[in-house]
Design a binder for this molecule. Sequence first.
Ligand code: ZN
Length: 149
Amino acid sequence: MKIEIQDKLNKLALKKSIPFCYGCYQDAPTGRCNICGSDDLMNRLPGVGCEYGQEWIISHILETELSPVDIEEAFEESIRQIYPEETKVGWMTFDTVTLMKSQDPVSWNIAKSEWESQEEEDGTIISFDNGATYYWYSDLEKFVDDQEA
Ligand SMILES: [Zn+2]
């Protein structure tokens, strides 16, 4: 699943960028510079910049087109669906999530990172930078399909 979407992103990056000879400072859309003959080319993304490789183009596309997952918010939401909204302690009534977070932030954070790993394993969320940023798989799939259409 991840390989398939990665493949589509690579194609999209290729489609959006133009091979560029840095030595001649010239576009080389055929994949070979028609001035110096080099095929050691950068990729130029109009209006953004030029660099070797496609990773940076994909990062740029993701950053500009999609909203990253707010892990804290999404985890909190999942907990709210499982546990009662309020918890009584003695005669006091507390918001369950607020109580959990304030009373044991370590346990909260461990559970959050376990939740994150599980969601990634299930393919609900996907990261291209080793977990620094996640995107909803469904958002990404929709975006890629829209681009292909
Ligand atoms: Zn050249």
